[in-house]
Design a protein around this ligand. Structure first.
Ligand code: ATP
Ligand code: MG
Length: 565
């Protein structure tokens, strides 16, 4: 973290890139303009790590009144798919960012990139090489030994031009030729040892179809695309630091409209999960999870389905800041950002996950009474709703104990508790099945305690959530937990799937939730009082069969577990 140039905005303290840009603006660089871009490769769904890059790039554009382009880096048709393009667009939009009128695609520049490649050949700065992949690796040398020059390196310019054109025309098979930049086979930076800039791939592209059978490499494409869009600051993750000389070389050697500045920052890693698309793909394809939007995955689609909010994610990205040092962030911090947001904004509701029947002995058989409940105890402006009290209620099995110790402040034989927004009730009798399992409690209520207070000032220690049989409907609840048990799932074993938490999904049937939740909007979290935050599942829930997913627990239960260990 660098804090040499802290402005009024506290965020700048933990974002060295903003300091660089502030300085550039003060020095009149790029005429004071700021243009960034977010350049996903459409070969998978976006994850929370991408969210960091999105928040950074779009956040900077917003703050400096510039612009951020959404650009698909679609140069490898073998791995790319329209479904990924669609999901990425929807995720960036959901996070709340605006890329303006146009979506950019590197493939839109294929013609120009081809011309730039020809320009390099004409200058004697690129050549067509026929070494096989394996030979090329041999010739490349190592970190300690220089590489060897390809015999094709001295191929005359005309011959290069002719071969390159014929590569484009489809005259050669995949792997027979590549176009390479002619830089320096002895460079200490291996990226500079005559990198490949075009390869033959007889493959249809999602956007350009069969127009091309040669495709440009990432390093060549990326910087030129940046320059063509007038990007001023090209922000990327640290693994590209060693590619920066190449990024600059291409822009210096071609007739580039401008020369963006590449700045690297550290990737975000989270504990208890894996992040790279390749690994996420493995989890999806081998059915460890149910699709890219499984609520246990760190994909944007997954956490969104789980009830995360864009505000919580943006806040999280702000708090963790931007640095040059790799670190692993505690997923507890992300969860806390979510709790902060939901605690403030999620409407309250009552739900009983493991119901125990309660019959109110002194309540008339068919009498239903409407009581008033607040939608948010600290926010009267969020209004109230009616809840129904009746003879047949449900409470949580855990909220009753037959032989309760003194400190158990919930319901037990002979003890009195408050039902939230309802009445005080006292347990009179416990009914059991033939195996001795408790199946029902017979209780009495005190009519004087309506709304939850006793006029004689009598206190009760416990307040329980509850629903009535008439005021609730059945639901299935998915209790999601962390997908991995190990803090670093990849540390102890070659195969990270060995660390999958077998209880990452516990499905509870026969839960009871307040009736109004039948109309709950999918992905919108409610606080089920005393239990946690839950939202209707966008894939599984329907009016006929409600399915709620746990967004996050009320407290960080893992922090405690870890302390005990
Ligand atoms: P992965 O390795 O996870 O599959 P990627 O880097 O290959 O990710 P891209 O689609 O190429 O994925 O990434 C788009 C942008 O998001 C890039 O600028 C990349 O640097 C950035 N990005 C990817 N992962 C992270 C991360 N964990 N933290 C911050 N930025 C990231
Ligand atoms: Mg990538």
């Amino acid at each position: 973290m660098e804090d040499n140039n802290i402005k009024e905005d506290g965020n700048r303290k933990n974002n060295f890139i903003k300091n660089i840009i502030t300085e550039d603006i003060e020095n009149g660089k790029n005429n004071g303009k700021v243009i960034t871009r977010f350049p996903p490769e459409p070969n998978g769904f976006l994850h929370i790590g991408h969210a960091k890059s999105i928040c950074l790039n779009f956040g900077i554009a917003e703050e400096f009144k510039g612009k951020c382009n959404l650009r698909f880096d679609d140069t490898n048709p073998a791995k790319e798919d329209q479904k990924y393009i669609d999901s990425i667009i929807s995720d960036v939009k959901w996070l709340g960012f605006d890329w303006g009128e146009k979506i950019y695609y590197a493939s839109d520049y294929f013609d120009k990139l081809y011309e730039f490649a020809v320009e390099l050949i004409k200058q004697g700065k690129a050549y067509v090489c026929s070494l096989t992949g394996e030979q090329m690796r041999e010739y490349r040398g190592t970190l300690t030994e220089p590489g060897k020059e390809s015999p094709d390196r001295s191929r005359p310019i005309d011959e290069n031009l002719d071969l390159f054109e014929r590569m484009k025309n489809g005259e050669f098979e995949d792997g027979t030729y590549v176009l390479r930049a002619k830089i320096d086979m002895a460079s200490p930076n291996i990226n500079m040892r005559d990198p490949v800039i075009y390869r033959i791939k007889k493959m249809s592209h999602p956007r350009t179809s069969d127009k091309w059978c040669i495709y440009p490499m990432y390093d060549f494409t990326h910087g030129i695309s940046d320059a063509l869009e007038g990007v001023t600051h090209s922000l990327c993750t640290l693994e590209f630091q060693d590619h920066r000389p190449l990024y600059d070389w291409f822009l210096d050697e071609i007739t580039s409209p401008c020369h963006p500045q590449q700045i690297e920052f550290a990737r975000m890693n989270l504990n208890y999960t894996v992040m790279s698309k390749r690994k996420l793909q493995k989890l999806v394809e081998n059915n460890y999870v149910n699709g890219w939007d499984d609520p246990r995955l760190p994909t944007i689609a997954g956490i969104r389905r789980r009830g995360y909010t864009p505000e919580a994610i943006r806040n999280f990205c702000n708090i963790i800041g931007v640095s040059k040092k790799e670190s692993r962030i505690d997923v507890g911090l992300l969860e806390n950002c979510l709790r902060d947001d939901l605690n403030d904004n999620a409407p309250r509701a009552m739900a009983v996950l493991r119901p125990l029947r309660v019959t109110i002995e002194n309540w008339e058989q068919d009498r239903l009474e409407e009581l008033e409940a607040q939608n948010h105890p600290q926010k009267p402006e969020m209004g109230t709703r009616k809840i129904i009290f009746s003879k047949n209620l449900y409470i949580e099995q855990d909220d009753f104990m037959e032989n309760a110790p003194k400190k158990f402040f919930r319901l037990a034989p002979g003890r009195e508790v408050r039902l939230r927004y309802g009445y005080f009730i006292t347990c009179k009798e416990v009914l059991k099945d033939k195996d001795g399992n408790i199946i029902e409690l017979i209780c009495t209520y005190d009519p004087a305690t309506r709304g939850g207070d006793a006029p004689d000032g009598r206190k009760v220690k416990g307040t329980l959530h509850w629903v009535s049989s008439e005021g609730s409907i059945p639901a299935t609840v998915n209790l999601y937990d962390r997908l991995f048990m190990a803090e670093d799932p990849e540390a102890e074993s070659e195969d990270f799937t060995k660390n999958i938490n077998p209880e990452s999904l516990v499905r509870l049937e026969g839960c009871r939730v307040e009736k109004f939740l039948q109309d709950a909007e999918p992905e919108k979290a409610y606080q089920f009082e005393r239990i946690g935050y839950f939202c209707a599942d966008s894939q599984e829930s329907s009016k006929e069969h409600l399915v709620f997913s746990r967004t996050v627990t009320l407290k960080d239960t893992w922090a405690k577990v870890n302390q005990i260990k």
